[in-house]
Structures are given as C-alpha cells and as structure tokens.
Design a protein around this ligand. Sequence first.
Ligand code: SF4
Ligand code: SF4
Length: 239
Amino acid sequence: MLTDFGEKIFKRRIKKPKFLDYPLRSLKYLLLGFFLYSIFVAMSVTAIKVFLDSDYNKVADIKMFYFFAEISRFSFIVIAALFFLSIIFRGFWCRYLCPYGALLGIASLFSPNKITRNVNSCTDCGLCTKVCPSFIIVQKMKTVISDECTTCLNCVDVCPVKDTLHLQTVIMKKKFNKKYLAIAIVAIFIIITGIGMLTGNWQNNITKEEYLHHQRLLDSYGHPTDSKGLEELESRNGE
Ligand code: SF4
Ligand code: SF4
C-alpha cells in the first residue's frame, strides 16, 4: 500500500540497480542465518527449554506490546525510516530485511508449484513483467524460479492470452485453479490450528493471576539468552 501510494506520487516504479539490489537482498538471509545459528547451534536443548519456560518468555507478548506502546526514540526513528523507504521501494522490509521473508524465499525457491509461461502462445506484451511486485522479468522465463516470487498471481491475472501463464506443479505438469488454491490454503490453516486445539497445544496454561503477577514484575525481566541470564536460569532449573 505504501509503495502504491509512492508510485502515485512519483508516477513511476522505482527499481534499484542490480549491483545494489542483490547485496541488499542477501541481508535477510544473513539475519535468518543469525537466528537459526542462535537457536539451533548456540543454544543447547536445555537452554531452549529453560528459555521457553522462563518468566520472560511467558510475558514476551506484553513486553512486545510495550515496545510499541512506549516506543523509544531510536525504535521510532528506525520504524519511521522503514516507513519512508517503503514508500519509495516496494516491499523494502520484506525484500531486504525480514528473516521470515528469507524463509518464505527459500520455500518459494524449492516449491514444486511454479509460474509457467507457454512460450508458443506468449505475445511478449510485457504486461506480466510490469505488474510483478518482485521485479521478475516474467516475459523472459519459461518457468519462474526465484526466491522473490510470492505466488501473488498478479502476472497470471493480467496476461491477456488464454492458457499462456499459469501456476502449475513442475513434476506432474498440472495447472492450479486459483479458486482451489485459496480453498487449499484455508483448509491447511484450519487443519493445523485444529490439530493444535484438539491436542491441547493451542492455549498456554498460564492463568490470569500469573499474567497479572508477571506484569507487575515486567521491568525486572531481561532477555535470558545472554550467557549470564541463561546460566542463572539453568542453575535455577537444576535446583
Ligand atoms: S506470481 Fe507474483 S511475484 Fe511471482 S512472478 Fe507472478 S507477479 Fe511476480
Ligand atoms: S502477459 Fe502473457 S502474453 Fe504478455 S508477455 Fe506475459 S506471458 Fe506473454
């Protein structure tokens, strides 16, 4: 929405040169690597368990609320900078900095479902490339293999030639109907959350009284993943 607004003001799409775009895109993968390293390499199984059971983690959502409700000047400047950069560059946060975006990028790269172009019927009109929010040159590809493709289907919707651009499973060469795709996504969501609910893993077991107790002590809880905090919690756990 921010970039749509920006494009109205600037009356054009702003695209960064490749020599800037590629290194910036790698930042989110570095951040993802940092988080994966911090969790799966730097922390022992005991440390992860201790963290999950810590008072800090029990009220991490309240802490996150106060992070925004009583925002520091530095955080405000960072968020404001991201806001304005997103007006100029489409998906600035998702494309360059978001570690979750990196995870989705990897999933997209290895997904068996790809946007596929019929080169014989394509008229090379360029509409698909023009509407792609990820700046992929769709009109030059037979199959879109890119970590930046979000399967938004903008390109498919805009293609004026019937049966030229579609989403299909690479292995079975079967076309996906958009309607069934939407139904499948909703069904997967319901099944996963339903399993969580039926197996009693959806709600945590923190009582309201415990929440209120922790809220009073909120400011005394620091992030326990620094070595001192974890050692303290591990030893408390041992006792
Ligand atoms: S599905 Fe969306 S992101 Fe992927 S190539 Fe088409 S327009 Fe671009
Ligand atoms: S919109 Fe369709 S016809 Fe036009 S270039 Fe893209 S694939 Fe080819």
